[in-house]
Design a protein around this ligand. Structure first.
Ligand code: NAD
Length: 417
């Protein structure tokens, strides 16, 4: 199979195989961790604004719940498939295990293009999805969260739909809600904030100042835009940003508040013609110390890995680097900090949101971030130590640490001896 045809599911299988080989994992455990517990595909109707009824396809893969209830986002995207939900759900299992929160892994979504839907249609798609999966979701069963093109509003509508079905208030069914209806004050920025903690820790170890560190960010949404802003505010030189249409570059450092403003109005292209790169993809190849892929899977492959100049690649998106690209970068002494570590701030704060829903008591943003920081920096140390012990990549180190936890849980729950 050529890399062009290698989808996220092939990538995650290869990552499990590599970790299993390195740690000499029993075949039976590898098989178990490679297979989801449940994958469900549904169709549900929505009456559109023009009066016709359209059928939407929804997916949920519940990969593993050895360590606690399933957990993972809901994505609204035209390319959403059952395979994609399986790959992303599998990564969630390893992410939860790596950062040591009491949750398993799942992922789901709807195949749709939210930019083509009105607010009312989007609300009905959100309600339809939650209704179709209401038997599978629940605070002790499976707790979804936002992902690509879903947001706090979507989560609020889904919480409301589930509560209506249950006949009682069920804030803990879903995380990433607006704070007023049971959300966490820190969830909006959590994924980016977690990555920033990891980046700061890395710089501290290297004794390097933010002012002397250049960053480029691919993707200017929930993850990428907030990361760019947090880093800019801390004095980093953000030299490149992009969204699906436009890429900007300034070797002196971009004005990120201005980029946010133009993005909100007429799009990044309004930032200034002299700062535009030829194509959106070009942001990956700019001269920078840190590259943050924060858009979609499979953007760094064997076909373009040699063009990447960054010494450190911080995976804010899920699955942006394929296994072959991983090894090509390692050979050139470029370090990939894996998604299951770098973007785990989101799921950690989601877990803390569930804790608050159970207590029905809400912490302030700083307190939540401090708690999240402890989890993610511990995971960073465990990743580095495991990678050093096995003399392998950070990704493989992170995977091995997570698999060790899952293997122990299999034993403690009586599946292996
Ligand atoms: P989002 O929808 O808010 O933003 C995605 C951004 O990527 C948009 O700016 C879009 O224009 C851009 N984009 C899409 N295709 C692109 C391309 N080919 N080139 C450049 N830019 C492109 O989504 P998000 O929530 O920021 O999620 C982005 C990634 O982060 C996904 O992989 C997601 O799974 C991962 N992630 C998100 C969270 C979270 O809490 N939001 C948590 C963990 C992981």
């Amino acid at each position: 199979m050529t890399e062009k045809e290698q989808g996220p599911l092939d990538v995650v299988f290869e990552q499990i195989k590599e970790a299993s080989r390195t740690m000499k994992l029993k075949d039976s455990v590898q098989t178990l961790l490679s297979h989801p517990k449940r994958k469900v595909e549904v169709s549900f109707p929505v009456e559109m604004d023009d009066g016709h009824t359209q059928l939407f396809k929804g997916y949920r893969t519940q990969h593993n719940d050895l360590l606690g209830p399933f957990k993972g986002g809901i994505r609204f995207h035209p390319s959403m498939t059952v395979e994609e939900s399986q790959a992303l759900g599998t990564w969630m299992t390893f992410k939860s295990a790596l950062v040591q929160i009491p949750h398993g892994g799942a992922k789901g979504g709807v195949a749709c293009d939210p930019s083509m839907l009105s607010d009312r249609e989007l609300r009905e798609v959100s309600r339809g999805y939650m209704e179709a999966f209401s038997d599978l979701f629940g605070a002790g069963r499976d707790v979804p969260a936002p992902d690509v093109y879903t947001d706090p509003k979507t989560m609020g509508i889904m919480m409301d739909t589930y509560s209506r079905i249950a006949g009682r208030h069920e804030a803990g069914v879903i995380t990433g809600k607006p704070p007023l209806v049971g959300g966490s004050k820190a969830r909006g920025a959590a994924t980016a904030q977690g990555a920033v903690y990891v980046i700061e820790q890395m710089l501290e170890k290297m004794n390097q100042a933010p002012e002397h560190t250049r960053v480029a960010v691919q993707g200017f949404g929930n993850g990428g835009q907030i990361a760019a802003r947090l880093l800019y505010d801390k004095g980093f030189k953000v030299v490149g940003v992009s969204d699906s249409k436009t890429a900007l570059y300034d070797k002196e450092g971009l004005d990120i508040p201005k980029a946010q403003e133009v993005k909100e109005n007429n799009g990044l292209k309004e930032y200034g013609a002299e700062f535009l790169l030829d194509s959106s993809e070009d942001v990956l190849y700019v001269d920078t110390d840190i590259l943050i892929p924060a858009a979609m899977e499979g953007v760094i492959t064997k076909n373009n890995a040699s063009r990447i100049k960054a010494k450190h690649i911080m995976e804010l998106a899920n699955g942006p680097t394929t296994p072959e690209a991983d090894h090509m970068l390692k050979e050139k002494d470029q370090h990939v900090y894996p998604d299951i570590l770098v973007n785990a701030g989101g799921v950690i704060v989601s877990y803390l949101e569930s804790v608050q829903n159970h207590m029905n008591y809400y912490w302030e943003e700083d307190e939540i971030n401090e708690r999240m920081k402890t989890f993610i920096l511990q995971a960073y140390e465990n990743t580095e130590e495991t990678a050093a012990y096995y003399q392998t990549t950070y990704r493989n180190g992170a995977m091995i640490f997570a698999i060790q936890k899952l293997e122990q849980a299999l034993e403690f729950r009586g599946y292996i001896s």
